[in-house]
Design a protein around this ligand. Structure first.
Ligand SMILES: [Zn+2]
Length: 240
């Protein structure tokens, strides 16, 4: 089977993570003409109010449609007991080898008081980025060709205070025009965000407005680069 090569893949633990962490950026990338994919490591179920995996899948499909993302893969690893394991790393690396992304966006923080799957997802993503390019190991990857991913960055759910990573670089993506699209995508998860949880939307709006203002935008999403960010053209960096 032929797989379309993608510019950017965002990896979440559960359907709705990627929407909250970087949905505005994904919507913007799609608008800019880039090929974008989402990989959910688990189906996110069970959760207290959802009727089950089928309903959650339908919510995820609707959210991807709102963002304009056409490639969404669910790896069916176990929700609530997601661990950084060899099998999980290989499963994700296979997707990277299939879709050949240039940039991978993954979880970059622990989420105390929320699911520990998020941190595990970040570890799995880091490892899978590495596994994707390893030669002489084809037997683990169904013979899929190796693929080197040049750039990996971290997103955050943004529900806790921002602690900078040492030696890394931060960048805010302008999502001023995309903020409402992002919120609409998150709203697709009616089972996760019923009216009693309306404060989640206010929180997302507040955090994204804050991050945007730091960089001079109406709203923004913060990413951490795994290395210090450089520029090859200082003028274009700020004016294009
Ligand atoms: Zn989650």
């Amino acid at each position: 089977m032929d797989y379309p090569s993608l510019d950017v893949i965002a990896v979440g633990a559960h359907p709705d993570d990627v929407e909250i962490g970087c949905g505005g950026t994904l919507a913007r990338l799609v608008k800019q003409g880039y090929r974008v994919g989402i990989i959910d490591l688990t189906d996110g179920e069970p959760t207290p109010l959802s009727t089950g995996p089928e309903a959650r899948m339908e919510e995820a499909r609707a959210a991807a449609e709102v963002l304009g993302v056409t490639t969404r893969v669910q790896l069916d690893l176990p929700n609530r007991r997601l661990f950084d394991s060899f099998e999980a790393r290989v499963a994700l690396a296979k997707e990277f080898r299939k879709y050949r992304p240039r940039i991978v966006l993954g979880f970059g923080e622990k989420t105390p008081l929320a699911s520990p799957d998020h941190w595990q997802a970040g570890q799995i993503t880091d490892a899978a980025v590495f596994y994707s390019r390893l030669t002489k190991w084809d037997e683990h990857f169904d013979g899929l060709p190796v693929h080197s991913i040049p750039v990996s960055m971290y997103f955050r759910l943004g529900f806790t205070s921002h602690v900078p990573l040492e030696g890394a670089g931060h960048v805010v993506v302008d999502i001023g025009p995309e903020l409402e699209t992002k919120l609409a995508a998150v709203r697709c998860y009616a089972s996760q965000f019923p009216p009693a949880k309306a404060h989640v939307f206010e929180r997302i709006r507040a955090i994204d407005t804050h991050h945007g203002l730091l960089a001079g935008f109406a709203a923004g999403e913060l990413f951490t680069s795994t290395r210090t960010l450089g520029t090859r053209d200082l003028v274009k960096q700020f004016f294009e």
